[in-house]
Design a protein around this ligand. Structure first.
Ligand SMILES: Nc1ncnc2c1ncn2[C@@H]1O[C@H](COP(=O)(O)OP(=O)(O)O)[C@@H](O)[C@H]1O
Ligand SMILES: [Mg+2]
Length: 299
């Protein structure tokens, strides 16, 4: 009987935002595993006691990046971790987007501004500022050139907290075509979803946002699959991925571009895709038994 931990965040007194977790624990138990949801930051957990630790919903990690990186390394040294520690570490810093762009993956054009670097914000078009360590649109906002001073204050706050900022043109295609999430699990396409735009004009960067508005099922186009495949092929350590979510938006030219590649703790949206639960369960069980994972392919 494989012992499997699903690593999640501690929601405190409130309910967990990971509504998929109970169904996943149950499905793994029904399939003969001993599965438990555990808080990643719980010092009482004996990670070595599990055959596999699957990072599922450690959704507070982006503002505890150093602590999380240490946990990933520790857990990865004690047992089998999915995704593996090196690729999680690589993906937790959104400078990976620049690396993928350099490797020829169509990405949302991105400039990085580390603390101390002069701003030089776009004057001719709307733009987005967000942190290189982020999730759920935390600390993200969009600005018109007329909002330059507000944008500079946003940058200053991020830099004061030690974050490197990303500056991107606002991709207007997202308001019409939304953002598509292609999910891969156990080396194959699992399902895809589409959601609406998250950033509204004038919403303060430190406001809470709805991370996945108007989520619906989506059948990916050939072009989207091609970009996803290219992005995944460029990941260092792609062969060892258990799961991946590829988030795409349309550029000015209407072509799909990578917004984010989620290899840490992607929301799987199983509530929207209940038919995917058996595949996820199967792939986790195979990983627990040490089956070699293969590079995600579209086939
Ligand atoms: N350049 C952009 N153009 C349009 N919308 C953007 C842009 N960057 C971010 N957004 C919006 O903000 C959301 C969060 O940004 P994202 O890069 O996905 O970071 P995370 O999901 O990790 O917080 C996206 O889902 C999208 O709706
Ligand atoms: Mg995102």
């Amino acid at each position: 009987m494989p012992r499997i931990a699903l690593a999640t965040y501690d929601p405190g007194a409130g309910p967990s935002r990971d509504t998929d977790l109970p169904a996943l624990v149950r499905a793994l138990a029904d399939a003969g595993a001993e599965a438990e949801a555990r808080h990643w930051d719980d010092p009482a957990v004996d990670w070595a006691g599990y055959d596999l630790v699957v990072i599922r919903s450690t959704w507070d990690y982006s503002w505890r990046a150093t602590e999380f990186a240490a946990w990933v390394d520790r857990a990865g040294a004690l047992t089998r971790l999915a995704n593996p520690a090196p690729v999680v570490r690589w993906n937790a810093d959104k400078r990976y987007l620049g690396e993928l762009a350099a490797a020829g993956v169509p990405t949302v054009p991105t400039r990085y501004l580390a603390p101390g670097e002069p701003a030089g914000l776009p004057a001719g078009h709307e733009f987005v500022i967000k942190p290189t360590s982020g999730a759920g649109a935390r600390f993200a906002a969009r600005y018109t050139p007329a909002e330059h001073d507000t944008a500079v204050r946003h940058l200053a706050r991020m830099h004061a907290e030690g974050f490197t900022a990303m500056v991107q043109p606002y991709m207007p295609g997202i308001d019409v075509r939304g953002e598509r999430a292609l999910q891969f699990f156990g080396g194959r396409l699992l399902h895809a979803s589409r959601k609406g735009a998250v950033l509204s004009p004038g919403t303060p960067y430190d406001a809470d946002k709805v991370a996945h508005p108007d989520l619906e099922r989506w059948r990916p186009t050939e072009a989207e699959l091609a970009v996803a495949e290219k992005a995944l092929a460029a990941v260092p350590g792609a062969h060892a991925l258990l799961y991946a979510r590829v988030d795409l938006v349309d550029g000015e030219d209407g072509e799909a571009r990578l917004m984010e590649l989620e290899l840490v703790e992607p929301n799987l949206f199983l509530w929207l895709h209940p038919d995917s639960l058996p595949r996820v369960t199967e792939a986790i069980l195979a990983a627990a038994e040490g089956a070699a994972t293969t590079a995600p392919t579209i086939a």
